[in-house]
Design a protein around this ligand. Structure first.
Ligand SMILES: Cc1cc2nc3c(=O)[nH]c(=O)nc-3n(C[C@H](O)[C@H](O)[C@H](O)COP(=O)(O)OP(=O)(O)OC[C@H]3O[C@@H](n4cnc5c(N)ncnc54)[C@H](O)[C@@H]3O)c2cc1C
Length: 313
């Protein structure tokens, strides 16, 4: 790690470099110990240079966007966390009459994309109003809400492949499904890093779009999304279970259940929150308890949607 510190200190890579950065500051759960090195590249070239240096030094690496879907270990991360937050350019490119392409750097907040589209009366992305996280994270996760998902509007995704070569792909149905993308473990593009995403938008009715976005944001607030630090839904839904995971956890009496500072939201049983001073170990214990209860009572295997970062016992 010292070698890597020296490399970053001496090099002129266009990036902000922090050492022993608490991941609790960088994740929406507000949980997590320090990352040895936390790097925020300002452009794709810098991102590639950082990753090449870490790879050549044999240092473990992880990618973070907005940190809105990650549970970071209490021990933090022994290696380099590369965060895309400073790669946040947003550009609207008119295409055919009545339509436009919204180009975003991987780190651009989804809320900024929604704002840019609404300001020009462009429709398509308003379903994501109030969705925390970055464009790259939303593309990686195929984030979905209110019956729409990112794959519905993604025109293309720019990325560095596992060899750090730049590439572009157009999402295809089949590879992109419910909470599934080719960038995830086991996918064709595993190990790639998304550097930008382009979204297809259509001209719409500006005031109707603004009203829809406001309605969805209000719905999120009413469901308690912003009452406590959290990462949205803890588990995926699974059609085979015949009902949403939140309903299953309600039936199991998990609403309001607490372990240490980790709590199941009193308003929505599939949202696990940091009720104050939660440790990652508390959160994971609550996750395991919910999984065990669902397995025992219904024979269901609840699959976490939230991604673990760092080492867990
Ligand atoms: C209050 C709240 C409400 C939420 N509601 C929803 C919802 O309605 N629907 C929904 O789908 N999600 C929801 N979420 C979860 C979260 O908003 C999404 O999963 C979001 O897309 C995560 O983006 P991120 O940038 O924060 O990703 P991160 O949390 O930073 O990362 C998530 C995963 O993506 C990977 N990743 C991130 N950026 C890149 C990149 N550039 N290249 C390669 N891999 C990358 C990370 O390595 C990690 O594995 C909610 C979260 C919160 C806090």
């Amino acid at each position: 790690m010292d070698t890597l510190r020296k490399i970053f200190q001496k090099s002129n890579i266009d990036a902000q470099v922090l050492y022993d950065e608490p991941l609790a500051r960088r994740t929406s759960f507000r949980i997590g110990g320090p990352a040895d090195v936390f790097v925020l590249p300002r452009n794709t070239g810098a991102l590639a240079a950082v990753m090449r240096a870490a790879r050549d030094a044999g240092t473990p690496m992880a990618v973070l966007g907005g940190g809105a879907n990650v549970l970071a270990s209490d021990a933090g991360f022994r290696g380099v966390v590369v965060c895309t937050s400073l790669m946040d350019a947003v550009e609207l490119v008119p295409s055919d009459a009545g339509s436009a392409i919204l180009r975003a750097g991987a780190g651009a907040p989804v809320t900024a994309l929604v704002r840019a589209a609404l300001a020009r009366g462009l429709a398509g992305i308003e379903f994501a109003a109030g969705l925390p996280g970055s464009a790259g994270g939303a593309a990686y996760m195929n984030a979905r809400c209110y019956d729409r998902e990112m794959a519905d509007i993604l025109a293309s995704v720019d990325f560095l492949d596992a060899n750090l070569e730049p590439a572009t792909m157009a999402p295809e149905r089949g590879e992109w499904a419910y909470k599934r993308t080719p960038f995830m473990p086991g996918g064709r593009l595993e190990g790639s890093t998304i550097v930008g995403a382009s979204f297809r938008l259509e001209l719409g009715d500006a005031s109707a779009l603004a009203a829809r976005a406001a309605e969805l944001e209000a719905d999120r607030r009413a469901k308690g999304h912003f009452d406590y630090p959290c990462a949205g839904s803890m588990f995926k839904n699974d059609r085979r279970f015949g009902r949403p995971t939140g309903k299953i956890l309600d039936e199991l009496g998990f609403r309001g259940r607490k372990i240490g500072g980790a709590m199941v939201s009193p308003k929505h049983a599939n949202i696990f929150v940091n009720a104050g001073g939660a440790r990652a170990s508390d959160m994971l214990a609550l996750v395991r308890a919910a999984q065990a209860a669902a397995r025992e009572r219904f024979g269901f295997e609840l699959e976490p949607e939230v991604v673990l970062l760092g080492e867990f016992q």
